[in-house]
Design a protein around this ligand. Structure first.
Ligand code: URA
Length: 223
């Protein structure tokens, strides 16, 4: 773990840290730094997000269960591992779709759900406006949203996903604020979090600091 990450983690209790996986791969960190730059264009931001999400998806799926199946190579019959089940992915609209594309490059046969939540700028609470899921019961679901800020949207999305009774859920984001991690681990202690960075804090408007600004605006050029 980076020193700076350790410093932030010291503010959290052990249980919170236990459920948090910071992906410190140099390629991820390099691309993230490029994304944070205010001069990075939407086009480059999207490309970088796509590349990072592919690397993050690799990490979040690292311990997926496999089973031995019999196959025939051109030379011989043999037993080899394959995924026991294909996870589903739920994107929290709209910024989640930026992460979704890279994840689908790693798990192309995943089924995809969307939940639309917007953040009320005054209360910072999540308000649901859209929800469409494939069958999630009994399987693993990866919920994606680039920014874990207050944790309100993520928490509301996870509550909604849990109504579908998946066997397990993982949360994948690009940046996390300590406040969001704490909130999510408290409301959904069974859901572990994968992120490229644990940033410093939230500012008074609920933005992650140092952050990268509004992820949706930067992906879609709507600022
Ligand atoms: N959502 C964003 O897009 N950026 C933040 O910094 C916080 C929430």
């Amino acid at each position: 773990m980076e020193l700076i990450t350790i410093a932030y983690c010291c503010l959290m209790d052990q249980e919170t840290i236990n459920g948090l996986h910071v992906v410190e791969h140099p390629l991820v960190q390099h691309k993230l730094t490029e994304m944070r730059r205010k001069d990075t264009t939407s086009q480059n931001f999207r490309t970088l997000l796509n590349e990072i999400s592919l690397l993050l998806a690799y990490e979040v799926t690292r311990e997926l269960p496999t089973e031995e199946v019999e196959i025939e190579t051109p030379l011989v019959k043999t037993k080899m591992p394959q995924l026991s089940a294909i996870p589903s992915v739920v994107s929290i609209l709209r910024a989640g779709n930026g992460l979704l594309e890279g994840v689908l490059q790693v798990i192309p046969n995943a089924r995809v759900g969307h939940v639309g939540l917007y953040r009320d700028h005054d209360t910072l609470q999540a308000v649901e406006y859209y929800c469409k899921f494939p069958p999630l019961e009994g399987g693993m679901t990866i919920v994606v949203d680039p920014m874990l800020a207050t944790g309100n949207s993520a928490s509301a999305a996870l509550t909604r996903v849990k109504e579908e009774k998946p066997f397990s859920i993982r949360f994948l984001c690009l940046l996390a604020a300590p406040e969001g991690v704490k909130a999510l681990r408290e409301t959904h202690p069974d859901v572990e979090i994968w992120t490229a960075s644990l940033d410093e804090r939230l500012n008074e408007k609920g933005y992650i600091m140092p952050g990268l600004g509004d992820a949706g605006d930067r992906i879609y050029g709507t600022a």
